[in-house]
Structures are given as C-alpha cells and as structure tokens.
Design a protein around this ligand. Structure first.
Ligand SMILES: *[C@@H]1O[C@H](CO)[C@@H](O)[C@H](O)[C@H]1NC(C)=O
Ligand SMILES: *[C@@H]1O[C@H](CO)[C@@H](O)[C@H](O)[C@H]1NC(C)=O
Ligand SMILES: *[C@@H]1O[C@H](CO)[C@@H](O)[C@H](O)[C@H]1NC(C)=O
Ligand SMILES: *[C@@H]1O[C@H](CO)[C@@H](O)[C@H](O)[C@H]1NC(C)=O
Ligand SMILES: *[C@@H]1O[C@H](CO)[C@@H](O)[C@H](O)[C@H]1NC(C)=O
Ligand SMILES: *[C@@H]1O[C@H](CO)[C@@H](O)[C@H](O)[C@H]1NC(C)=O
Ligand SMILES: *[C@@H]1O[C@H](CO)[C@@H](O)[C@H](O)[C@H]1NC(C)=O
Ligand SMILES: *[C@@H]1O[C@H](CO)[C@@H](O)[C@H](O)[C@H]1NC(C)=O
Ligand SMILES: *[C@@H]1O[C@H](CO)[C@@H](O)[C@H](O)[C@H]1NC(C)=O
Ligand SMILES: *[C@@H]1O[C@H](CO)[C@@H](O)[C@H](O)[C@H]1NC(C)=O
Ligand SMILES: [Cu+2]
Length: 590
C-alpha cells in the first residue's frame, strides 16, 4: 500500500482565474496538482519489488485541462535521488524554464525537496502526457495529460466517455540500476511484460496466479474516445480490439482527418486518439498490445504483450460459454504496418494552425544509428561488439555527451556556456554511405570502418522565426531500429516519410504541404526516413532525442537553441522567481 503521507495529498484544486473568455467557452482556469513522488512496493509475477510512483498511483494521476488553462504542479521529491517532470508535447511557449528536461532546462529536484512547475496550455487539443525526464524513471513516473477544447466542441461526435489507454512495461529490475547498466553499454536487461494502464494482463502468470487485466466497461451503441499513450522504454506497439474498429481522430495533441482502421500503432512518446463504437453483440472481447521489433540479424528481445478486456453491460459472466474473441495481430517482426498506418494519417487542417512554411531557411539531414567508443582511455580498440568497446547511439556521427551537474538552458541564458557545449552540431553526415545497407548489421562486414564515433555536447543554434527543414534518416549501422524522434517545445509538420535512403531528386515531390500531420514525436521508419518542417517561433533550449530509452541514454540526442526575437513578446523571459537554479539545488558546476 501507499505510504501514509500520500493520504494527506489533495488530488486537484481548480480555481477560476480572472480574464479568459475566448471562443465563447468556459473561462480559463488554473488547474493545480500536488505530485508526491515516492517509493512503493508492488507485487507482480510472485515478486515484490520497489518502484517509483506519483501519489501511490501507476499510471500516475491524469492532468485534465481545457485549452487556455494555466497548469500549476507542485512536485515533492521523496525519492533518494534527483527528479524532474517533463510535460511531454506541451509547447511551453516562452516558458522553457518549465519544460522539466533534466540537465537541459533544469537541474533535478534533490531528494527531500520540492519544485513548482507553472505553464499555460495554448493552441493544443487532445492527448499529451507527462513523465519523469531523468534516467529511466519515466517507466513508472508517468500519466496522461488531457487537453479539452475550450468551447467543449470536438470536430467529431462527442464520445460517451474517454479513457486513457497507457501502454507501458513492467520492470522488475530497479530503474536506477537499469540506467547505470545501459550507460555502460549493457543491453541484456528487459522488462518482464507489456502493460495496459499498469496491468500486465492475464497472459502473464506465475505459480498459478494470473495477473490482472485492464477492463473497459462499455454500453452497446455508445462511442468511446480511447487516448492511447506509449510510455514504454523499449518498444513500438500494435493495438487492436477483437470485433471492433477504430476511427483515428488525433495524435500528439492535434486533430487528424478521421481515418478508419482495425489497428493502430503507437511508438514511445506518441499519443493516438481513436473513437471506438461499442457496436458488437454484447459479450466479452480481448484487446491486445503487441511490441514489434526488427528481425534477425538485429539483436532480439523477448516478445512483449499485454491483454485486456472489453466488457459489455449485460453480458453473461461466462460469455454464454463462448470463447472470448482475440484480435489477430501482425507478426512481431513485421514493421510495415507501422509505416502504412502513419502514411495514411493527415491533419484536420485548422486555418489558424496549419500554415506550412513554404520557404526553407535552414536545411538539415540527420542520420540516426549506433556506433562504438573505446572503453577506458584507449584511443584504439577492437571494434565489432568486442569487450573493448561501448556501444553508443549517434546523430550525424556525434554521440551526445549528457551533462550531470549543469543545465544547458541556465548556462546559455547566463552566457557561460563555454566549456559546457559547442554549437557545431553537423547539418549533414560527415561521411555519406549507403545508410540502409543490410551489411552494416553485425556480422557485417561493412560496419567496422563506420562504427568508431565520439561523445560531445554539440548543439545547433537557430535565429528566431527561421523555417527549418530536417530529413531524419534511420540507418542500419549496427542495427535497423526505427527511431521515434521527439522535439521539445514544438509541433512539427511531417511532410513525408519513405523506406530506403532519402533521395531529394525524387522524394521532395512527395512532400505534403496541404494537410501534413503536426507531431511532437516523429516515428522515423525502420530503414527509412521522415521529412519535417517547423518555424522557430519559441525561444529557448529544446531537447531533441529519440524516445527509445536505450537510444537517448546512449547519445541519440542534441538540443536546439532558439534565439530571442526582436521584441519582449518573442523573447524568453527570465526564470520565474520560484525556479531553482542548479546551485540552489546543490549542483556545483564545473
Ligand atoms: C517495502 O518492503 C520492504 C520489505 O518488506 C520494507 O522494508 C519497506 O519498508 C517497504 N517499502 C515501502 C515504501 O513500503
Ligand atoms: C499564462 O497566461 C497568462 C495570461 O495570458 C499570463 O499572464 C501568464 O504570464 C502566462 N503564464 C506563463 C507561465 O506563461
Ligand atoms: C525479484 O526481483 C528482484 C529485483 O529485480 C530480483 O533480484 C529477484 O531475482 C527476483 N526474484 C524472483 C524470484 O524472480
Ligand atoms: C500461465 O502462462 C503459461 C505460459 O504463457 C500458459 O501456458 C498457462 O496456461 C498459464 N496458466 C494459467 C493458469 O493461466
Ligand atoms: C493505408 O493503409 C492501407 C492498409 O494498411 C495500405 O494498404 C495503404 O497502402 C496505406 N496507404 C498509404 C498511402 O500508405
Ligand atoms: C586497451 O588496449 C590494450 C592494448 O591493446 C588492451 O590490452 C586493453 O585491454 C585495452 N583496455 C580496454 C579497457 O579495452
Ligand atoms: C557524470 O558525468 C561524468 C562525465 O561525463 C561521468 O564521468 C560520471 O560518471 C557521471 N556521473 C553520474 C553519476 O552519472
Ligand atoms: C544500399 O543497400 C541496399 C540494401 O542492402 C541495396 O539494396 C542498395 O542497392 C544499396 N545501394 C547502393 C547505391 O549501393
Ligand atoms: C565517424 O567518425 C569517425 C571518426 O571520428 C570515423 O572513423 C567514422 O568512420 C565515422 N562514421 C560515420 C558513420 O560517419
Ligand atoms: C517571420 O518572418 C517572415 C518572413 O520570413 C515575416 O513575414 C514575419 O513577419 C516574421 N515574423 C516575426 C514574428 O518576426
Ligand atoms: Cu532511436
């Protein structure tokens, strides 16, 4: 059970603020939460382990706001280590200080201390989420962040009920220990199971004890809005419900053109909103989340699934003796359904939000892959997954060196960045090669010359109001994963995606300027590419990283500096009075 201090925590205080109006809807409110982050014992698969949670809940509390509201969250850190909370997908316009990216926008809240995050939610509607953004803690410290339309009107029939469906993982290993091992290039650890809303599901059992399943109660004829969120550290998931279909209506806090499908796919960091009509004969139906992964010769992880249940009101307890239908899932090695699913999605173009910049000021081409560095202080070492190397992840052949005593934003703001980072993140790969050649995957033989790399904190600076185009290219260097790339502080237009190597001569003609999706997380296909465009209209220090936890820890990350514009309204304000600088949090900077 949760410790007693949890009982003293008020769940949410909603207070009306002055002003607001807008769209004839309800007035803007201040939504206030207390998050007490603490250790808790949990028992799964016959083993009691210590986990890290918010307010005794797994998943954590839902933040539920209307567009235009102010959010205030008081975080009390009762863990024995540092903590930050990131508001994943919230644009944080001119409030970069509240972004909660550990050592990027703030130094972590020390054990026993508290911090208040305060920000506005403007111009976004749908589902986002929040999570710890330090080490691997986000596996259990996470929750849904729902933004409702200010006027209460959806561009689709109002659902009877909406339900977060959080797909995650159950880790038996301590998450701090997991982080330490991954940083050392050790990738032998795996979760024990996938979870749906924290439940492992009845396909998992031990000593005859079956794990609990997530159950969704429905009434025949009603429509449900499922808010899917992938909080997993490792995998992209396929999700289906037997006997039912979905209409996809949103993703990452933006509406989509309604798209009918039997299956959705959601990568770490992404959210997908779907409508599901309970239109089947009353009874029980299984839902299923299945992780996909590249086939061999890529290194294999176990197959992760979680099974849940749809239960119709009035259904006989024994389902009239009939077996409960199971959805038919793709093969776990078939990653193409993910590609086709995303290709079929377009934005529900809103005139005030959907102006794709038609010119490009800065063009980047960024390769995503793995590499290796020598263990210890050796300058040369035996490559090809030998004991002398540490496998790392790279963007344009730079493996991001994460700092652990300073905040990049603070040092940028203070003008004291020298020695901490440089601003020479490369705009293109230093050494072009056949990025998707299968012979770059061990046993090779082509990877040996390309895998040596290095660690450095290289950032990229942009002037305010710059139109940036980036083509991300997933490579097969050492492995052939997809890469869910997440940019803080922005939604980006996804102009196109493709398999194989990006070829500007052919592929630019496929760009969708009319109604491209706006996403904060862009799944760059396995062995393929994705092209994005955005306008630098939000000054600050914005983390850009892969949302596979092992990739970010290994260095598939950088940060974008967006300079102030010409006016106070286009500039990053000073840190708010309640903001705690690194020194105040006990970090002595080099
Ligand atoms: C978890 O269980 C251990 C062993 O029974 C106990 O010492 C510890 O106090 C428990 N922790 C919490 C947070 O309840
Ligand atoms: C939120 O919006 C209000 C009203 O526009 C403004 O006064 C306030 O400074 C904003 N707060 C933040 C943290 O951006
Ligand atoms: C229970 O989990 C702990 C922590 O990961 C692990 O060391 C131990 O071996 C597990 N015990 C069993 C019976 O699986
Ligand atoms: C437990 O799991 C195993 C393997 O998945 C399965 O074969 C078995 O039927 C399950 N047992 C129960 C009681 O559900
Ligand atoms: C849309 O999805 C269907 C079914 O998966 C697929 O056959 C089709 O190719 C997709 N459309 C596009 C444009 O990718
Ligand atoms: C460093 O290089 C030497 C000579 O090649 C080798 O014997 C040693 O094991 C290497 N050290 C590490 C940590 O790989
Ligand atoms: C902090 O970073 C330094 C240098 O990058 C590294 O040597 C050290 O192990 C890191 N400490 C922790 C606790 O991660
Ligand atoms: C690149 O590699 C792919 C996959 O192995 C291969 O089909 C293609 O022909 C190669 N392209 C070039 C230009 O060598
Ligand atoms: C990365 O840079 C290293 C030199 O630092 C070089 O040996 C290697 O071939 C490069 N790899 C790629 C993929 O560019
Ligand atoms: C941004 O730049 C465009 C021209 O590229 C200009 O028309 C616009 O006024 C600028 N906006 C701001 C806020 O500076
Ligand atoms: Cu990645």
């Amino acid at each position: 059970m949760a410790a007693s201090f949890f009982l003293a925590v008020a769940v949410a205080v909603v207070a009306l603020a002055a002003g607001g109006g807008g769209g004839g809807g309800a007035e803007a409110a201040t939504v206030e939460h207390n998050f007490v982050v603490h250790e808790m014992n949990a028992t799964h698969l016959c083993n009691t382990t210590k986990i890290y949670v918010v307010n005794g809940q797994l998943p954590g509390p839902t933040v539920d706001v209307a567009e235009g509201d102010t959010v205030v969250v008081h975080v009390v850190n009762k863990l024995p280590h540092g903590l930050t909370i990131h508001w994943h997908g919230v644009r944080q316009i001119r409030s970069c200080w509240a972004d909660g990216a550990g050592f990027v926008t703030e130094c972590p809240i020390p054990p026993g201390r508290q911090h208040t995050y305060r920000f506005n939610v403007t111009g976004q509607v749908g589902t986002l989420w929040w999570h710890a953004h330090i080490t691997c803690l986000r596996a259990t410290i996470n929750g849904a962040f729902i933004i409702r339309p200010r006027d209460g009107k959806y561009p689709f029939p109002t659902p009877a009920k909406d339900v977060p469906v959080i797909i995650g993982e159950w880790w038996q290993l301590d998450l701090i220990e997991l982080d330490r091992r991954m940083m050392d290039g050790n990738f032998d650890d795996n979760p024990l199971s996938a979870t749906i809303n924290g439940k492992l599901g009845d396909l998992s059992n031990c000593s005859g004890t079956v794990e609990e399943s997530f159950v969704l109660d429905v009434v025949r004829g009603q429509t449900y809005l499922l808010r899917l969120i992938n909080t997993a550290l490792f995998s992209e998931y396929y999700y289906r419900v037997a006997g039912h279909t979905f209409t996809v209506v949103g993703a990452d806090g933006n509406y989509l053109t309604p798209y009918k499908t039997e299956m959705v796919t959601v990568a770490p960091g992404e959210t997908i909103d779907v409508l599901m009509v309970a239109d089947a004969p009353p009874g029980y139906y299984h839902m299923m989340a299945l992780a996909n992964q590249p086939p061999e010769p890529d290194l294999q992880i176990p197959v992760f699934t979680s099974r849940g249940l749809i239960r119709y009101a009035g259904a006989a307890a024994n389902n009239n003796g009939l077996p409960v239908p199971m959805p038919v899932m793709p093969h776990q090695h078939n990653t193409m359904p993910s590609y086709y699913f995303r290709k079929n999605l377009t934005a529900l173009a809103l005139p005030e939000r959907h102006r794709v910049p038609m010119h490009v000021d800065e063009r980047l081409f960024i390769t995503l892959g793995l590499g290796s560095i020598c263990r210890g202080t050796n300058k040369t070492c035996q490559r090809r997954r030998g004991p002398e190397t540490i496998v790392v992840a790279t963007m344009n052949n730079v493996s991001f060196l994460h700092h652990n005593t300073s905040s990049l934003l603070e040092r940028y703001y203070d003008g004291t960045s020298e020695g901490l980072y440089t601003e020479d993140f490369p705009d293109r790969p230093p050494r072009p090669y056949n990025y998707t050649n299968r012979e770059l995957i061990p046993p090779g033989p082509l990877e040996e010359a390309l895998e040596p790399t290095f660690k450095a904190t290289k950032l990229r600076r942009f002037k305010y109001n710059t139109s940036v185009e980036i083509v991300f290219q997933s490579t097969t260097l050492l492995q052939s994963d997809s890469n869910p790339m997440h940019l803080h502080g922005y939604d980006v237009f996804v102009l196109a995606q493709g398999v194989g190597n990006f070829n500007p001569k052919v592929d630019v003609s496929k760009f969708n300027y009319h109604n491209p999706q706006l996403r904060n997380t862009v799944q760059v296909p396995r062995g393929g590419w994705a092209a994005i465009r955005f306008l630098t209209d939000n000054p600050g220090m914005w983390y850009l990283h892969c949302h596979f936890e092992f990739h970010i820890i290994m260095g598939m990350a950088t940060a974008f500096i967006v300079e102030d514009g010409p006016t106070p309204e286009t500039s990053l304000p000073p840190p708010p009075p309640e903001f705690k600088r690194c020194a105040a949090n006990g970090f002595s900077q080099p």
